[in-house]
Design a protein. Structure first.
Length: 181
């Protein structure tokens, strides 16, 4: 697989994540409204070097192994400013994850970003199914899944930064995605 490409939507630039993004991530990521429904593996309180450590030790090596694809989310109107992150992963039942700084939530930006990387998952990477887990109380993430044609396939228990909650696994197949396009 070639290098991860930059992706464009109507309002966004999704640029491959790089080590130089650590400071911006460190600024926008460690906010309770961003992290509370993320996997409990995210350290909280978030350490001062959390973004650098994550990029250096986790995300960038996984990209190099061809197991994950990570993009910074930037507005076309302010391309120098990272406002969030969206990722694809070759994990069982965990293929897409994202976060967006609080200032930019509720504007439909994650719907745009998710559509672009889902298209990449199916049409460039050739995957046949996309599955995403989420904490049941994460209503915004659930609504995004519903809007994009995903369906609930299973409920389990999960550990999140804010505690243990029921966890839903949502799915869409390449065929279902293509029919919606």
């Amino acid at each position: 697989m070639d290098d991860t490409p930059t992706l464009y939507t109507e309002r966004l630039i999704l640029r491959p994540l790089e080590l130089a993004d650590a400071d911006a991530i460190q600024q926008h990521f460690p906010h309770w409204e961003v992290v509370r429904y993320l996997n409990a593996l995210v350290p909280w309180p978030y350490p001062a070097d959390g973004a650098l450590t994550y990029l250096r030790d986790n995300a960038l090596p996984a990209i190099a192994r061809g197991e994950e694809w990570h993009w910074s989310i930037r507005l076309k109107s302010a391309p120098e400013q990272l406002i969030g992150n969206i990722s694809l992963m070759s994990e069982q039942d965990n293929n897409r994850g994202f976060w967006l700084g609080p200032k930019w939530q509720g504007q439909g930006l994650m719907t745009e970003a998710s559509a672009a990387v889902t298209e990449y998952w199916f049409n460039t990477l050739g995957r046949i199914v996309l599955r995403v887990p989420k904490a049941v109380p994460n209503i915004g993430s659930r609504r995004l899944s519903e809007r994009t044609g995903m369906r609930l396939i299973r409920t389990d228990e999960g550990s999140f930064v804010s505690g243990n909650f029921p966890l839903e696994v949502w799915e869409i197949t390449r065929e279902e995605w293509s029919l919606r396009r």
